[in-house]
Ligand binder design. Structure first.
Ligand SMILES: [Mn+2]
Length: 258
């Protein structure tokens, strides 16, 4: 678990966080236009940040399930494309993870493609080949705790498995609570855009009480049109919809839309 601690300015009233994953660059059905729309949005929107959550490259290498022959770019070309595509938002990236598609090369040859992408983007300090845990503080609490920033924690992982039904995909995301406590749980991989909340009683040792809090669960979608691997494998058509998370800078309040 890579722990990342970040402080943003105290004059931020709200932070927006765009969840970018599963662009599958190199797949013939990758929708680069939609990916670029989101990249441009992050780049141009004030107080907007992003998390880059794996499967950015399709990386259909010889030993993988993806069809090498239908790839529209070689793995090297995909890596160069990934770097060039993500460059405009690198300085707004809070965390960057490896997906199972990039992991193929790591397994095969011990070379971590996503670490190299993060390195090229000068954000290797935000990189995890597994899970990332972000401590984020910004804004100023409006009531009792003046001059204290609002703290949020985010557990990020590309994910694995998930099954085909919406329910089984939701279960994978909800299961993250067994790993660590966090305010926001962020998953990719299943290509199923999803947002839900659960209640949780958080231990407050300082005041010896249990605080009822909400926890936000977000699954990002894919930048893929339907066909090829999805069609042959009888996967449901994926909808291209990128979750945007919003966090208040005046009190602990967060929400998301897809
Ligand atoms: Mn994946």
């Amino acid at each position: 678990m890579k722990v990342i601690s970040l402080e943003l300015p105290s004059d931020l009233k709200q932070v927006e966080l765009v969840c970018i994953s599963d662009s599958h660059i190199g797949d013939p059905f990758a929708n680069e236009q939609e990916l670029m729309n989101q990249i441009r949005y992050v780049e141009e929107t004030p107080n907007c940040y992003c998390i880059i959550n794996g499967d950015i490259m399709n990386n259909g290498i010889k030993s993988s399930k993806s069809d090498t022959y239908t790839e529209v770019m070689s793995p090297m070309e995909q890596m160069i494309k990934a770097v060039l595509t993500l460059k405009p938002i690198a300085d707004k990236c809070l965390a960057i993870t490896q997906g199972n598609h990039e992991r193929r090369t790591a397994k095969e040859s011990g070379i971590d493609l996503m670490r190299l992408v993060a390195r090229e983007l000068h954000i290797e300090d935000k990189y995890s080949d597994g899970m990332a845990y972000v401590f984020l503080r910004f804004g100023e609490q409006s009531s009792h705790d003046r001059h204290r920033k609002v703290p949020y924690t985010i557990l990020v992982t590309h994910g694995s498995g998930g099954g085909k039904t919406v329910g089984s995909k939701a279960n994978r995301l909800a299961d993250l609570v067994a790993i660590a406590d966090a305010d926001i749980y962020l998953y990719g991989h299943t290509h199923q855009p999803m947002v839900f909340k659960e209640g949780f009683m958080r231990v407050d040792w300082h005041n010896k009480q249990l605080n009822m809090v909400d926890r936000l669960f977000v699954n990002s979608g894919a930048f893929l049109d339907w066909g090829g691997y999805a069609e042959q494998g009888q996967y449901r058509p994926s909808v291209i919809s990128t979750p945007h998370i919003f966090m208040s800078g005046t009190k602990r309040r967060m929400w998301a839309h897809i």
